[in-house]
Design a binder for this molecule. Structure first.
Ligand SMILES: [Zn+2]
Length: 175
């Protein structure tokens, strides 16, 4: 999946230069069509947003959260979120789990990574980790409406995002 120039406009809704507010134009930049500013030469590079998610198993059950906000609002998914500037993917994963579930974890392994176009806001690169609970109390927070350990053989059917379903399937296959 390689986003084209129309995806860039669609994803970001960009029309004007974020530096000088002139109207952006399409132009070839080293053989790629980009949005560029004719006034100040700003070039908009559409780069994927990095996401970290974590698969946490406890007593044969897997931790899922129910999404409070779009996209895929109301569906279940792994604890996950956008990586902030300056954070490592592992640090982001630990932080997101604490924010969404109240649980403190330690990262135990790297599961997989994917590039995906299934988030309507931006192209994504997703890093999936495994983790163990080391403290805290299970309580949903932030953008999670519920946080529940589901038995691995009785997971809900409405799990958001192909990447999360793939991560769960891989984890269950490999354990
Ligand atoms: Zn400009």
């Amino acid at each position: 999946m390689k986003p084209n120039i129309d995806d860039q406009v669609n994803y970001e809704g960009l029309r004007y230069c974020p530096r000088c507010a002139a109207e952006l134009r399409r132009a070839d930049v080293r053989e790629h069509e980009r949005l560029v500013c004719p006034e100040c030469d700003y070039v908009f590079y559409l780069t994927p947003a990095p996401v970290a998610c974590v698969l946490i198993e406890r007593d044969g059950a897997i931790l899922l959260v129910r999404r409070r906000y779009p996209p895929q609002r109301g569906l279940w998914c792994l604890p996950a979120g956008f990586i902030e500037a300056g954070e490592s993917p592992e640090e982001s994963a630990v932080r997101e789990v604490e924010e969404e579930t109240g649980l403190e974890i330690r990262i135990t392994g790297f599961l997989d990574s994917w590039a995906t176009a299934e988030d309507p806001r931006t192209p994504i690169v997703s890093f999936a980790f495994t983790g163990d609970v080391v403290g805290g109390e299970l309580e949903p927070g932030d953008d999670a409406e519920e946080a529940v350990f589901f038995p691995a053989d009785a997971l809900p059917h409405d799990i958001a995002f192909t990447t999360h379903r793939n991560a769960i399937a891989k984890f269950l296959r490999d354990r």
